[in-house]
Design a protein around this ligand. Structure first.
Ligand SMILES: C[S@@+](CC[C@H](N)C(=O)[O-])C[C@H]1O[C@@H](n2cnc3c(N)ncnc32)[C@H](O)[C@@H]1O
Length: 401
């Protein structure tokens, strides 16, 4: 494969930003791609895919490159890591100075050696591997392996504006193939990746990009047109928009969060989707108390470790710290205990996480139910990267007596 030096420079710059400036991979890649308007779609895909894959395989790549420092700082080492990655992909490296120290045979031999140690082979920090094994036992191997594969692009049809089959046809007309997914009503999956955000179909609000597992959560809440619904950790509204379509744009949704910029993004998305039944509310000291017993349905899509969506956010492997996990569990316990008071008696709520760890999910719900007997667990569901190819979500449907 022939590389263009400028593209590899862009990848090295992106990696520096992600690892040394502690910036989010998706934001860095977006900025890098915007920096040169002349790059075509292949160049853009080359930069984005190689950067994401190098982040995903960071620990393994350091190992096969024989780089032992904790923090990689020099440009030269980033070039070597890129070179090792391409060797693992079967490429013959160009005779550039930057690759002169790399020995492909040695790289491949070290890859064989890495197979013996899961945390190196699967490229994950020690503490995360230990927690995964402790909480999931034998299942951890399979989930971890599955989370190292690139996730598919999945769309959710906006049924307020179109239907799945018409959307599929409209994509076909612009040369993009999509497939339906059994058991996920409005989902279309792309067998081949494409930039769907630049299409007119997206600008018209005919779909949102949303993992299949995530699409099951709003449906799990059993909402109906005309209800009063609170989405208490709404963020930029992935699930709020879905709730609004399930409610046929009727009734009222209060979408709340502690971050105002996310709610502003939610409003922009709601407008594009033709949604008019959502009101956003920034959470302040008395917000929860004022809304006591006011909701027919309540969604608690709580902040979590994100250990179910590593396929999409591989940089979280290196950015997450074990003490954060402890703190976030505390926040989850506070949210389920305090926010559940917003539910009417006879109403239903869903507690959801994008984590495969039971301590953030089943265990939180069990503890809450035990301490608050007026709430009753109706049903729990999990999606699994290993078993169904979806991201790893957890959802619990709970009723208030
Ligand atoms: C998993 S994300 C939500 C994703 C969103 N529901 C979606 O579908 O796109 C969790 C959200 O909880 C918010 N959050 C963090 N602490 C919170 C708190 N104490 N109360 C409410 N929301 C909180 C975060 O800002 C974040 O947007």
């Amino acid at each position: 494969m022939k590389y263009h030096r400028v593209l590899v420079e862009a990848i090295v710059f992106a990696l520096q930003q992600i690892f040394n400036e502690n910036r989010q991979a998706d934001k860095v890649i977006e900025q890098v791609l915007k920096s040169n308007k002349k790059w075509g779609s292949r160049d853009r895909a080359f930069i984005a895919e190689n950067t994401y894959e190098i982040v995903r395989w960071w620990r393994l790549l350091k190992f096969v490159s024989n780089i032992n420092c904790v923090k990689v700082e020099e440009d030269a080492l980033f070039w070597q890591i890129f070179g090792s990655w391409r060797v693992l992909q079967g490429d013959k490296l160009p005779e550039w100075n930057e690759f002169s120290k790399l020995n492909p045979k040695e790289i491949l031999a070290r890859k064989e050696e890495a197979k013996e140690t899961r945390k190196i082979r699967e490229s994950i920090p020690d503490w995360m591997d230990a927690i995964g094994e402790q909480e999931l036992g034998e299942k951890w191997d399979g989930e971890l392996h599955a989370m190292n594969h690139q996730a598919s692009v999945v769309l959710r049809t906006n049924t307020l504006k179109t239907n799945k089959l018409d959307l599929k046809k409209a994509f076909r007309e612009i040369g993009i193939d999509t497939e339906t997914l059994p058991n996920v009503a409005d989902a279309l999956v792309l067998p081949k990746r494409a930039n769907v955000f630049s299409t007119e179909l997206f600008k018209k609000g005919l779909f949102e990009v949303q993992d299949a597992g995530s699409q099951l959560i709003a449906s799990f809440l059993d909402v109906h047109a005309g209800m009063r619904v609170i989405d208490a950790c709404a963020g930029a509204g992935g699930k709020t928009l879905h709730l609004a379509t399930l409610m046929e744009n009727k009734g009222r949704i209060i979408a709340m969060d502690v971050e105002d910029y996310k709610l502003q993004e939610l409003q922009r998305r709601a407008k594009r989707n033709g949604i008019g039944n959502v009101e956003t509310k920034l959470i302040e000291a008395k917000t929860i108390k004022r809304l006591r017993e006011s909701a027919d349905r309540l969604l608690l899509d709580v902040p979590c470790s994100g250990l179910g969506v590593l396929r999409r956010n591989p940089d979280a492997k290196w950015k997450l710290k074990s003490d954060f996990l402890e703190k976030i569990k505390q926040t989850q316990a506070e949210i389920i205990t305090n926010y559940s008071k917003m539910l009417k008696h006879g109403g239903k709520m869903v507690y959801a996480t994008c984590s495969i760890l039971p301590s953030e999910s089943e265990a939180q719900v069990q503890k809450f139910i035990t301490q608050n007997p007026e709430y009753q667990l109706i049903e729990e569901k999990r999606t699994s990267p290993a078993n169904d190819g979806f991201d790893g979500f957890y959802m619990a449907l709970i009723e208030r007596k």
